[in-house]
Write a protein that binds this ligand. Structure first.
Ligand SMILES: Nc1ncnc2c1ncn2[C@@H]1O[C@H](COP(=O)(O)OP(=O)(O)OP(=O)(O)O)[C@@H](O)[C@H]1O
Length: 250
């Protein structure tokens, strides 16, 4: 296998401008299959913009984003998005679809048989810790926030995409449910070997989930490395985040 075939996502000198405002500049980042990259940064630093460039919700104004070594602009956008699961904080479940229908949506668009979809829905609900007999028939407004997030993860995984984008998926949850989901998600990610790009502004979450952490600051990537490397970073923004880790200790 060539070196290029082993890269899941690559940013090559990527910039993004809108209304003459630069939201991202000169982003270079190579993400390998099976990695869990966490993009950490304060609000407005460009994390969500970076994710949206991967699944072609946005198009770079400079440079290229490559998925499986192919620029996103060369992909058919629908084909590309079917390879990429997307989980966001306000999960965006369809309110008039049952949980089972929400999870089975992409498989049904892919024309799986009813039987196969049903089996997959059950498998996914079990995977995220929800009893299918209870939850498959429910509607999103009959779920707690934590259950909705689980369904969001199940839906993103249903068609078995190799890449998952997660945009602060656990941000709105109480701390106990949040930790439970983080633990489960870390386990799942490692079991399933998915490539994950996870956005957060919480350094603890970044350290817990990330195999590498990328620090965004004012639209640039200012540090990238393992937890140990991050802790060594002298960048003032990294230092500011590290200080948050210690703020509760006195
Ligand atoms: N369509 C747009 N037009 C103009 N500015 C935008 C647009 N979308 C985002 N921005 C600005 O770009 C910057 C980066 O936004 P982005 O959503 O990527 O940040 P973020 O790091 O994900 O923030 P948060 O953690 O608050 O979600 C912000 O200052 C935001 O206001």
């Amino acid at each position: 296998m060539s070196q290029a075939a082993e890269i899941a996502v690559e940013f090559r000198d990527v910039s993004f401008q809108i209304n003459r405002r630069t939201l991202l500049s000169q982003l270079n980042l190579t993400i390998f299959p099976g990695e869990a990259i966490v993009l950490l940064g304060r609000s407005g630093s460009g994390k969500t913009t970076t994710l949206k460039l991967i699944n072609h919700l946005l198009i770079p104004t400079g440079g290229q984003v490559l998925v499986n070594s192919r620029p996103t602009t060369d992909w058919d956008a629908i084909q590309l998005r079917r390879r990429i699961g997307y989980v966001i904080q306000e999960i965006g479940l369809f309110p008039h679809f049952s949980v089972g229908e929400n999870i089975g949506l992409v498989p049904s668009l892919e024309k799986w048989t009813e039987q196969k979809i049903q089996a997959r829905v059950y498998e996914m609900l079990n995977l995220v810790g929800l009893d299918p007999e209870i939850f498959a028939q429910r509607y999103p407004d009959q779920l707690s926030g934590g259950q909705r997030q689980r369904v969001g993860v199940a839906r993103a995984l249903a068609a078995d995409p190799p890449i998952l984008l997660m945009d602060e998926p656990f941000g709105a949850l109480d701390p106990i449910t949040r930790l439970e989901l983080q633990e489960q998600f870390r386990y799942l990610q490692r079991q399933l070997g998915k490539t994950v790009i996870f956005v957060t502004h919480d350094i603890q979450e970044a350290f817990f989930l990330g195999t590498r952490i990328g620090l965004m600051y004012e639209g640039t990537l200012v540090a990238l490395g393992t937890k140990a490397e991050f802790l060594e970073s002298q960048h003032p923004e990294a230092q500011a985040f590290i200080a948050c880790l210690h703020s509760g200790e006195n």
